[in-house]
Write a protein that binds this ligand. Sequence first.
Ligand SMILES: [Zn+2]
Ligand SMILES: [Zn+2]
Length: 222
Amino acid sequence: MDANLRYLQGACFFCLAKTNKTWCDHCEHDFILDRPQCPICARKSSSGNPCGSCLKHQPFFTKTEVLFNYQYPGNHLIKAFKFNSRPELAKNFAKKLAHKLNAEPLPNALIPVPLHKHRQQERGYNQSLEFASCLGNLLGITVNTSLCRRIIDTERQSSLPMKTRKNNVKDAFKLRYTKPFDYVVIVDDVVTTGSTVNEIAYLLKKSGCRRVDVWAIARTQF
Ligand SMILES: [Zn+2]
Ligand SMILES: [Zn+2]
């Protein structure tokens, strides 16, 4: 295992200090996001106003909530979560995000970004679904896995150059029925360009949803 992905019971994931939590309070300051961000897409925005990209091409989702930027050291947590199947991390992420949401109105359903069935079989689980299930339990929101399907096994977004990522997700998803919910939240593990969640948000809006938001563990900053 990568030395950076070590995980010891009773020790902070990052600094190995003794703690009964996954990471200690000191390390949390280094990666949990508390800087001003674009309220729509969660990119850095020093003013806290919508970023240039969202003003130019308004996404189909209204708001994005993320816990941290996908950069050192938080990205190591995501890697441990994704590739070493650490369900206890999903619970930790969910608790932190639920706390951050605080007084927000809650959606009618959570929709985890689906994996193609081949990818799901290969990996054994869908990390976005793990995260969504923990959030659903904590907040009392239904997790819906039947509405949205990934019908094309698109290549892993992370292995593609930025330019081709956007077109890659077009037509990759399909909804099984229309007029599903009034207000839904798409749950993803890491938001990169935002094109995947925007494609799903587009389909949800087209099918009659009034509002679609995005909740994710982390976001890359481009
Ligand atoms: Zn620590
Ligand atoms: Zn933005």
